[in-house]
Design a protein around this ligand. Structure first.
Ligand code: MN
Length: 503
């Protein structure tokens, strides 16, 4: 028996999240996300809507058969046909729903309130006869006539439902109205109540938490806040707030949050905004001088959440607002130890660039430091390129061979790829992955001048397995060379930083 402070996390990334416009996942991708959600520790995985397509049915069946700890749930309308298909997928739970608001009953499902009520009862009884867990949603509950909503919920309880989910289908609630609604439903039923909030007004997370304050014990969420229109309540935000602000318990393994977010972003192709809470690129980044000095001395000064708590790392960013101590810390991590006057000069150049409207990447910062410190810096290079050859063309699989010096020893590798750049970068990674496992987070190519003889500038970001990101750039007339040089530079920086951190 879970205690009263436990809030169950019902993840709908693979159902409502997949209903995000533009998102479509293969069976393999859904399975990969389901395994990660299980590792993350969600209580329920809503795997999809089996009736919707053959592929969806296969995906739900495979997830149900994957031996995961979470309860695997399939979505079904309140019809036997939908429910039978869900049951045939061997799910352990069926989530069945029907519109209960006047506008949706009339124009979306074309049924009278009495028909809605009887099909709800029939479906719940049918699911329970099959021995499965049943969750029931009166869709559009927040716009449903209150007397009818309570009647439907009471009837659902009497029919043997296990949980009643109250959806704010079009996201029109605010925390106070959500509390009042849940309290009102709570007054007529004893079964656990869940909430399902949409983010149309940016209040999905706040409304979900308000639901818990009023007695709900389960929240429907999606990774990165995916879902129809503006999305659902974001799992990562709900989970962290429940733990750190509400002092509630969940099954979530917080250190897995960032990893899960990245996987979902990659497979759905839905990028995460930089200023997104918990998982955004800037969520744990500091630039301004007062902040960087504060967090390097006592993190609590400007960090309400420890980055490590959610599987992340703090990032100090150089820029015109940056202070001396932040820049010093950043440089030291890369093995640069400027004197006081050199540091003053570096900070001055960074601020001048910032005032001109340029963003200062860590690659720029090191270039500035090198220029200011002159010959004093002998940069250690752990990885060096000694040879590169590439074959590409029509009816030829692009293939690259590289020769690298790694920690003083020479190695050779070949790889194929989608194009010459891809092949060359794969070959480099094949040799360097035993030393440092980085992934290419961003790759940009710009022609510095017009014409086919233009210098190509390649700007990349690589990220190591701990979430540390470094950027690097290289300029060359040959874009393959520019790409490989940028990659090797990024790998060097990543390695140096991790070795300097260990020392
Ligand atoms: Mn929804």
């Amino acid at each position: 028996m879970k205690n009263v402070d436990y809030v169950s996390i019902f993840d709908t990334t693979l159902r409502d999240g997949e209903q995000t416009p533009g998102v479509s996942l293969t069976t393999e991708e859904k399975l990969e996300i389901a395994r990660q959600l299980d590792k993350l520790g969600v209580d329920v995985i809503e795997a999809g809507t089996p009736i919707s397509s053959e592929g969806e049915k296969r995906a739900v069946r495979e997830i149900a058969g994957a031996g995961l700890k979470a309860e695997i749930c399939g979505l079904a309308r309140t019809t036997r046909k939908d429910i039978d298909v869900a049951i045939a997928c061997d799910v352990s739970a069926v989530h069945t729903f029907i519109s209960t608001s006047e506008v949706q009953m009339k124009y979306a499902v074309n049924m009278t309130p009495e028909q809605v009520l009887s099909s709800s009862i029939d479906s719940i009884e049918y699911i329970k006869e099959h021995g499965l867990v049943c969750e029931y949603s009166p869709m559009d509950a927040s716009r449903t006539e209150r007397g009818f909503l309570k009647r439907v919920c009471k009837a659902a309880e009497e029919a043997g439902v296990d949980r009643i989910n109250i959806p704010d289908t079009v996201g029109i609630m605010i925390p106070s109205t959500m509390q009042e609604l849940i309290r009102d439903v709570r007054s007529v039923v004893k079964v656990p109540i869940s909430v399902h909030c949409h983010n149309d007004f940016g209040m999905a997370v706040a409304n979900s938490l308000a639901g818990v304050e009023a007695g709900a014990s389960q929240i429907h969420v999606a990774i990165n806040g995916l879902g129809e229109r503006a999305g659902n309540a974001a799992l990562e935000e709900v989970a962290v707030a429940l733990n750190l602000i509400y002092n509630k318990k969940t099954g979530i393994n917080h250190q897995q949050l960032y990893e899960t977010s990245r996987l979902v972003a990659k497979l759905t192709g839905m990028a995460i905004q930089a200023n997104k809470a918990i998982v955004g690129e800037n969520a744990f980044a500091h630039e301004s001088g007062i902040h960087t000095r504060g967090v390097t001395v006592v993190p609590l000064t400007f960090e309400p959440i420890k980055p490590e708590f959610v599987g992340r790392k703090r990032k100090l960013v150089a820029g015109k607002l940056a202070g001396t101590s932040g820049i010093k810390a950043e440089l030291e991590e890369s093995g640069f130890h400027p004197t006081k006057s050199q540091l003053g000069e570096i900070v001055k150049v960074v601020k001048e660039l910032g005032d001109k409207g340029k963003s200062v990447t860590d690659a720029d910062l090191l270039a500035i430091a090198r220029a200011v410190m002159g010959k004093v810096v002998k940069e250690k290079r752990i990885v060096d390129l000694t040879d590169l050859s590439v074959v590409t063309g029509i009816r030829v699989i692009p293939t690259a061979s590289v020769r690298l010096v790694l920690d003083g020893k020479e190695y050779v590798a070949s790889e194929t790829g989608l194009g010459p750049v891809d092949a060359a970068i794969r070959a480099v990674q094949k040799l360097t992955s035993p030393l440092v496992n980085v992934r290419l987070k961003e790759y940009r190519i710009e022609a510095a001048t017009g014409g086919s003889d233009a210098m190509g500038e390649v700007i990349i970001k690589v990220e190591d397995k701990d979430g540390n990101v470094v950027s690097s750039r290289a300029v060359h007339q040959d874009i393959v060379m520019a790409s490989v040089e940028a990659m090797i530079d990024g790998i060097n920086k990543s390695l140096l930083k991790s070795r300097n951190r260990k020392n």
